[in-house]
Design a binder for this molecule. Structure first.
Ligand SMILES: [Zn+2]
Length: 259
């Protein structure tokens, strides 16, 4: 992307709590995870934008269900994980590949981040991370097709990106996630501050996203599996003494499922 020109990213709401992240300039747009076509088509028509590309992070219908309908109106490349069953995919990608959207002057590196699904990917570029259902604001995705080891490694890979990276995840789950994070780390002051701010954002009808990796590292329990307070809570939940971060991660992921 052009140096100094910020990427404009707009949330188009879909279903109950999905965001179709829409990258745009004055004339063109690219969309990430269009689970539904209608709200995207409405937005593009209203803003007089031409679609240039579709990017998918994983195969779940609430992330790819709108692609076929978008393709009826716009003949554009569809990028997505090489090793997942997505019928509408035309450009299968995996880690090491680059996705360029020439009309927007932007390029993204593809990262493999399995765990939520078998071959889930993320797109990273222009200071932004599109991470689907892997890293959520103050939470992480469920382990549907991968192991705790895989998910923990994927989250670690994302956490190693620069602190000011903007995190654009697939769902507005933040307040519920903060509720759980407070149970894990009741003494975390950064978490209290985040809750106050994000509650206000939701009350005024605004998204809590994007967050930043800096903020996730300070408040997201799934990125804090080495913190003594998180380890202690995991031990209490399990009724056992463990310290290995993958086991701590697995314990709090299991706890969250029942929370
Ligand atoms: Zn999903």
């Amino acid at each position: 992307m052009l140096q100094g020109v910020p990427l404009s990213v707009v949330p188009v709401a879909a279903f109950k709590d999905n965001y179709v992240w829409t990258l745009r300039n004055e004339t063109h747009a690219a969309v990430v995870d269009p689970g539904e076509a209608r709200p995207v088509l409405d937005y593009l028509a209203r803003e007089k934008l031409e679609l240039a590309a579709i990017l998918a992070t994983h195969h779940h219908p609430d992330h790819v269900g709108g692609i076929a309908e978008l393709l009826q109106k716009f003949r554009v490349p569809v990028y997505g994980p090489k090793n997942e069953p997505i019928a509408t995919l035309t450009r299968p990608v995996s880690e090491g590949d680059t996705v360029s959207v020439a009309q927007l002057g932007v390029a993204f590196s593809v990262l493999d981040i399995p765990g939520h699904t078998r071959a889930h990917i993320a797109y990273y570029g222009a200071g932004a991370l599109f991470c689907g259902d892997t890293l959520f604001a103050c939470g992480c995705g469920r382990l549907f097709e991968g192991t705790a080891e895989q998910m923990y490694a994927s989250l670690k890979k994302l956490a190693a990106l620069p602190d000011d990276t903007k995190v654009y995840c697939g769902h507005e789950y933040t307040l519920a996630n903060i509720g759980f994070a407070k149970a894990v780390e009741p003494g975390n002051a950064a978490l209290q501050a985040r809750e106050a701010r994000d509650r206000q954002l939701r009350q005024s009808g605004r998204p809590t996203l994007p967050s930043t990796l800096r903020e996730e590292k300070a408040t997201n329990p799934f990125l804090r599996c080495l913190e003594p307070a998180v380890v202690e809570s995991a031990n209490k939940y399990l009724g056992a003494r463990i310290a290995d971060p993958v086991r701590v991660f697995a314990a709090i992921r299991d706890w969250k499922n029942r929370f």
